[in-house]
Design a protein around this ligand. Structure first.
Ligand code: KG4
Ligand code: ZN
Length: 336
């Protein structure tokens, strides 16, 4: 079954064709560099950039696979959470494609789809369920229990900033540019993680949520007390910040494993999972096998959307939502 995936929830326009849920025939991403000069994503510009990119990306996708829309069996599109204007471009394009081709269309939750970005690299039988699925991105820090590839039970999420968002904000405070995650990682490589003591975030294991605003405020206060004097100061702050940002996540994953004793694996996904230090710390500290996405499926992409959509569609009791019955959404209304 060939599935066309469309993703436009933030500042990446992405199109993919995935066969049978995990064979990626084509996956392309167009990232909107225009936002760099604003230090963050400008929603209105993002929507307009999607509109400019989406048709050409889809044509290029078909050219690359060597067949046309008549060989697509299902269209899947991100319906949220995300920026409304951006989502509307992808959803409207996908609706037009599905209606004109006479094929079914299903809406897919972006955060849940990230997990399939990690699962895509593995034989579906390789990843043992029940699993804990961690989505660590610019908009979300979510921890799910998954009993199979489509059953998501939310165990913890951030009550304020997401982990990636915190990297972006700390990078901005240090004058390092946007997006901050990869720059902070690079600077941290030369830094000492012990030089600037960081607060242990939500250290109480009974509290199952993430919170990053305290760490960000701590960095603001540190910079007030001891303004940056040298490149070495920046490297050391980045290294110290990064270790606590990740330790917070690892503590919550360990707590979840303690209270879900049947967990057989952990699947990590989202833009932050590109971070090498994060991979090392998770692998060293978690007692069950851990699966990470290949780099190209860490950040936003459409293959993950096509993959989750395939598994949803192929459930025996799945009812395709009527094309006009669902709407795009920015928040968590589909996360019970
Ligand atoms: O998953 P993603 O592409 O988009 C969202 O759904 O948000 O994640 C983007 C986030 C940004 O906050 C970016 O700074 C962060 O992922 N990120 C990283 C790294 N690469 C990207 N954070 C830490 N280390 C990295 N290497
Ligand atoms: Zn994302």
């Amino acid at each position: 079954m060939n599935v066309l995936g469309i993703e436009s929830s933030c500042d990446d326009t992405a199109v993919a064709i995935v066969k049978d849920g995990h064979k990626v025939l084509h996956s392309t991403i167009s990232s909107q560099l225009v936002h760099k000069s604003f230090g963050g994503v400008v929603p209105e510009i993002a929507a307009r950039e999607h509109l400019k990119a989406i048709s050409a990306l889809t044509s290029a996708c078909f050219k690359d696979v060597g067949f046309g829309p008549e060989n697509i069996d299902l269209v899947c599109v991100t319906s949220g959470p995300g920026l409304i204007g951006s989502l509307l471009v992808g959803a409207t394009f996908a609706k037009g494609f599905a209606l004109s081709s006479g094929i079914p269309l299903i809406p897919v939750n972006h955060v849940r789809a990230h997990v399939h970005g990690a699962l895509l690299a593995f034989d579906p039988k390789e990843v043992q369920f029940p699993s804990l699925a961690l989505v660590v991105s610019g908009g979300h820090t979510h921890l799910y229990r998954m009993d199979n590839a489509i059953s998501y039970t939310l165990l913890a999420h951030s009550v304020d900033d997401a982990c990636g968002e915190c990297f972006d904000k700390v990078a901005k405070l240090l004058g390092l540019g946007y997006p901050g995650g990869p720059i902070v990682e690079e600077r941290a490589k030369n830094g000492s993680p012990d030089r600037f003591p960081m607060p242990k975030l939500i250290n109480d294991s009974s509290k199952m949520f993430f919170s990053y605003s305290g760490l960000k405020t701590h960095i603001v206060n540190t910079l007030r007390k001891s303004p940056i004097q040298s490149d070495k100061d920046i490297d050391d702050i980045c290294a110290s910040f990064q270790v606590e940002a990740f330790s917070h996540i690892i503590r919550k994953v360990k707590s979840a494993i303690n209270s879900n004793r049947d967990i057989k694996s952990v699947v990590v996904s989202g833009g932050v999972s590109a971070n090498q230090k994060f991979k090392e710390l998770v692998s060293e500290n978690i007692s069950v096998p851990v699966f990470f996405p290949p780099l190209r499926f860490c950040s936003d992409n459409a293959a993950m959307v096509a993959s989750l959509g395939y598994y949803l569609y192929n459930q025996p009791d799945y009812k395709i939502p009527a094309i006009d019955s669902w709407d795009v959404f920015s928040g968590y209304k589909y996360e019970e």
